[in-house]
Design a protein around this ligand. Structure first.
Ligand code: COA
Length: 172
């Protein structure tokens, strides 16, 4: 990885990784829909946009401390995204641990999965979070989602009581 014009750039075999921009809320909405529908169709885009506990993953993006990374194919089309969102106890995400610990969301487009893009995106955001001296990152993964093995491989562990079993954290 190197730094180009202040943006994180990663040369990968199949994609380039750059900073997520403030005008990419629509990409985050699509990614959130894909994440909510990981087992198959459960939600429509309209529902994802109207259910506050889901919509807050992408509405008002970015908050003052939020940041993320986008993987692009050779044509510059986004094929994956990872982003960190800071929530509050008054408006927590599903994987909320503490207001100082942002929650990670990651999504890779269908047809592009299993090629290492998600691994590169998460490794990249962990590196950026470390360089910003964040204490930890959390996330929420539903029972049965094979993404859990990816998170555990990259160092996420159960947050423990009083959090539910799907809340994982990565100390930095
Ligand atoms: C989870 C996800 C972001 C991983 O990105 P990716 O580019 O496929 O991941 P990589 O190729 O780097 O690594 C593959 C790992 O992801 C896991 N995985 C989860 N869903 C997968 C899928 N549909 N296809 C392939 N791998 C998947 C594999 O089990 C594998 O884990 P392992 O290496 O520990 O065995 C992506 O598969 C995805 O967007 N899935 C659908 C939405 C989702 O489940 N999001 C997470 C919500 S918590």
């Amino acid at each position: 990885m190197g730094s180009v014009s202040g943006m994180a750039m990663y040369a990968g075999e199949r994609s380039m990784v750059r900073a997520l921009r403030a005008d990419e809320q629509e990409l985050l909405a699509r990614a959130t829909l894909g994440n909510m529908n990981w087992p198959g169709p459960r939600y429509t885009l309209d529902q994802v946009m109207l259910i506050p506990s889901i919509a807050h993953y992408f509405t008002w993006w970015p908050g003052p401390f939020d940041f993320g990374l986008v993987a692009e194919d050779a044509q510059g089309i986004p094929v994956g995204v990872v982003w960190l969102r800071f929530f509050t106890a008054a408006d927590p995400g599903f994987g909320f641990v503490d207001g100082s610990i942002p929650e990670l969301c990651v999504w890779v487009a269908e047809g592009q999965r299993g090629l290492g893009t998600g691994t590169r995106l998460i490794a990249g955001i962990l590196e950026q979070a470390r360089s910003r001296a964040l204490p930890a990152i959390s996330l929420s993964v539903e029972t049965g989602n094979p993404a859990r093995s990816l998170y555990e491989r990259l160092g996420f562990v159960p947050a423990g009581t009083p959090f539910d079993a799907g809340t994982l954290v990565h100390e930095l």
